[in-house]
Design a protein around this ligand. Structure first.
Ligand code: PEP
Ligand code: MN
Length: 372
């Protein structure tokens, strides 16, 4: 199935040329008019922020958490936008939300990660957007399925929304990780490759889950040539009713935006260099995953070594090694990988695993060793 999106050039979305990187900031949730307005005023003063965000209806994992102030918050957002001159943006998850946000003249909308995971919901929102001309950003779905993300963008685009962008907020980690959500940078990069006109904004706050990682992730996003950043900012982050750990104060936001390095993607042959860069970034991300997996494999090798030591079993079991070679070669073939590559790679890994288990075995004998 061919994929195409009709996207209006990002720099012409608004009356005045959009600043790139397009920075969206504001609290995770609107909590009171004072909280929102104070945050907005300080954010506007730093001069780098284009749009004020605030969640009005909050998708929470379990009921009973703060679920947003509801429709009255839209008035606050709209008012804070008027006072500060910032564009306003909020999350919509139902046709009713769309209707209410439009009624309050909110400037832009975004579709949240949980909603973009559900084609039925996206379709309903798309229908509610028909004949409405408003910029819409689609966050990546919770699971790392690029086609689901593209599908959501296509549905909104088919409703006539051509001021359309994507927001990369990372993917649900099935295991404990440092970040709240795994970035999987190769996905937004692939999206950019498929749709070069599509603005892609990075949301470091929801990737990080913790303010200490915001700088690293924001810089990475800029270096990957993303078109903007969405960073949660609260007048009093520690007291925030949602996502307190990842929000920063307006002062911290100012410092962060000042400290980031804004590089130019300039060269003689821009198209060539850009594509080369995007491909290399995919390689980096995959290599880091490969190494992470290799590290985890080594940890298990060590555990097996201990287990064998306790049970007085030899390091090598020939049948198991034969089976590894056979099955992995078959798996590799299915993926179109060269037999020789698989064999050599397995031999290197196996050699290193044996060395690791020798180390574990020697530990029992109290031998001195300085390898591994
Ligand atoms: C948010 O932006 O506050 C939010 C709920 O984000 P996400 O949909 O990425 O979880
Ligand atoms: Mn949030």
């Amino acid at each position: 199935m061919t994929k195409s999106l009709e996207i209006k050039n990002f720099s012409t979305w608004f009356n005045e040329p959009a600043k790139i990187p397009f920075v969206i900031s504001g609290p995770c949730s609107a909590e009171s008019f004072e909280q929102l307005l104070e945050t907005a005023k300080e954010i506007a003063a730093n001069g780098k922020v284009c749009a004020l965000r605030a969640g009005i209806w909050k998708p929470r994992t379990r009921p009973g958490s703060f679920e947003g102030v509801g429709v009255k918050g839209l008035k606050w957002l709209s008012e804070a936008g008027k006072i500060t001159g910032l564009k306003t943006i909020t999350e919509v998850a139902t046709p009713k939300h769309v209707e209410q946000a439009i009624a309050q003249k909110i400037d832009c909308l975004w579709i949240g990660a949980r909603t973009s995971s559900n084609p039925f919901s996206v379709q309903e929102i798309a229908e509610a957007l028909t004949a409405i001309d408003i910029p819409v950003f689609v966050k990546n779905p919770v699971n790392p399925d690029i086609n689901l993300w593209i599908g959501a963008l296509e549905r909104i685009n088919k409703a006539g929304i051509i001021r359309l962008g994507a927001i990369h907020r990372g993917f649900y980690p099935f295991e404990k990780t440092v970040f709240r959500n795994i970035p999987k940078w190769e996905l937004p990069i692939e999206l950019k490759l498929l749709f070069p006109n599509l603005p892609v904004i990075c949301d470091p706050s929801h990737i990080a889950g913790n303010r200490q990682f915001l700088r690293e992730i924001s810089q990475k996003a800029l270096d990957l040539n993303m078109d903007g950043l969405m960073i949660e900012c609260h007048i009093n982050p520690d007291e925030a009713l949602s996502d307190a750990n990842q929000q920063i104060s307006p002062n911290e936001l100012k410092k962060l935006l000042e400290d980031l390095v804004y590089r130019k993607a300039d060269s003689e042959n821009r198209q060539f260099l850009e594509i080369l860069d995007q491909l290399r970034n995919q390689i980096d991300s995959l290599d880091s995953q490969l190494l992470e997996l290799l590290g985890r494999r080594m940890d298990i090798v060590e555990k097996i070594g201990e287990f064998k030591r306790k049970n007085d079993i030899t390091i090598l079991q020939l049948r198991r090694w034969e089976n590894i070679l056979k099955t992995r070669t078959e798996w590799g073939q299915k993926l179109g990988l060269d037999n020789e590559l698989i064999k050599q790679m397995l031999e290197i890994i196996h050699k290193s695993s044996i060395k690791k288990q020798e180390f574990v075995m020697r530990r029992r004998n109290g031998e001195k060793h300085d390898d591994c």
